[in-house]
Ligand binder design. Structure first.
Ligand code: 13P
Length: 229
């Protein structure tokens, strides 16, 4: 059976007490669905520490959940006001999302910056979850991720936050193309994933899981997504 990754991208949502309640509620859900599934929660920087602690205290050994950041500075430690660097993130997380289309489009991150961020993630032993919306973005980052430990998420922009996902067939074709170029790495699908459509994606041959935005904010929906994946 293939390993399935279910990644929650909370984006710019939640404050500490809401994150804590989400973890408590997840802890109270049914864990019989966990074999072969890897769960990764990606909250805002301001919540990383409390989410990591909450998972340790509330969930403990019941469920293996990893933590990821949503972004990383392209610089090391130093005079970079507002930057959160790889060394700081590594204290709290194992994964980091890089190149999300919301960063590319709203924060002006181009291929060069995305590649610098991937390099910093790898330097600090963080596993990048590289988001791409087309094959050009794969080609742009191909050399930086060559031979490293990383995950790719195919997220077409038309599907993000719209309620209109890509078809499982097309997403699977993209995942196949990505693996042909990058080798046998996990490829996730993201964009309007819900408890109703998750299985249609994870049952495809080349898709190894999902990157879930809006539907991950509601813990009941997210637990059902994990269950149905
Ligand atoms: P939605 O699931 O809200 O469409 O967002 C997808 C996404 O951008 C995950 O990174």
């Amino acid at each position: 059976m293939k390993k399935v990754f279910i990644v929650a991208n909370w984006k710019s949502n939640k404050i500490t007490k809401e994150a804590r309640k989400w973890i408590e509620d997840l802890s109270n859900s049914n864990f019989n669905f966990m074999d072969f599934k890897e769960i990764i929660i990606c909250p805002s920087f301001s919540l990383l520490s409390s989410v990591k602690l909450g998972i340790q205290e509330i969930i403990g050994q019941k469920l293996k959940i990893k933590v990821g950041a949503q972004d990383i500075s392209q610089f090391d430690e130093g005079a970079y006001t507002g930057g959160v660097n790889g060394r700081q993130i590594k204290e709290l997380a194992d994964y980091v999302i890089v190149g999300h289309s919301e960063r590319r489009n709203n924060f002006g991150e181009d291929g060069k910056i995305v590649n610098e961020k991937i390099s910093k993630a790898l330097k600090y032993n963080l596993i990048p979850i590289l988001c791409v919306s087309d094959m050009k973005q794969i080609h742009d980052s191909r050399l930086v991720i060559h031979n490293s430990n990383f995950i790719v998420a195919y997220e077409p922009t038309f599907a993000i936050g719209t309620g209109t996902p890509d078809t499982p067939e097309n997403a699977d074709k993209m995942a196949k193309n990505i693996k042909e170029i990058l080798g046998e790495i996990p490829v996730l699908y993201g964009g309007s994933v819900s408890k109703f459509n998750i299985k249609s994606f994870t049952q495809m041959s080349y898709i190894d899981g999902a990157l879930v935005g809006r539907a991950s904010l509601d813990v009941k929906e997210f637990a059902t997504i994990i269950q149905n994946a």
